[in-house]
Design a protein. Sequence first.
Length: 268
Amino acid sequence: MEKKKMYLVFVVVLVVAMLVAALAGAGIAIHFNNKEDTTNLSQENQPSENNNAITPGNAVTPTNPVVNPSAPVVNPSAPVVDPAATEEATQATAGVKVGPYTTGAFYFYNAEGKNLKLRASASVDVDTGVEIPSGTKLEVKQIIASDVAAYPYWGAVSYKGTDGYVAMQFLMTEADYIAEFGEAAAAAPGNYTVGKYVVTGTGDYGLKVKPEPGYGDALSMAYDGEELEVLAIVTWEDADDDELLYWGNIEWDGHDAYVCMAYLEKAE
């Protein structure tokens, strides 16, 4: 009987021990589960490393970017300036001196009546096919220095809608041109102005239409009463008579041509 009681006590103690152990194990599992959930929640509340996205319900205060106090303040509405365009605009301003020349008004003059070639670049290598007659006023917008001794300076000009370059050594300043030929020649060469004229005083001979001012073969003939549109007035010096003559630039059958202004009268 005594052994039976002892056996029952042993069984009860064993059952109690097993229950205590089971409860203790369950507590440890709950503790670890809670810790894992906390870790997951902590990671979910962190902003994405790639895009800093914040999921709804997770209040995360974004960090402010680091600002360099020495960095210049940029106005986002300010226009973007092209340095090359700025430099070109500065060079094109009248009064810019390069070497012995200053941008501004010049005249091309050749005592033999030869034309000046308009180049496509500041070089004799590339031609535009356009020629500028003697006595033409040009506005030099930019002056470029060259390393070629024969043509040390070039001027950027525009003539009859074509942009190009001319060798500066063939140009006279406006002041020098006026000093040489007078105010009237500079303002309106020979007191002539562009416009419509009528051929007169040629009789039966007619007026020679030439490819350039001065002597030389004629392209064709124009006769008394014929009306011509003079586009520009140029000067040419007769070397034999030491006389400055005036020629009218016209278009003749699609060609650039010239006629002597002495045989033209302003149309009514």
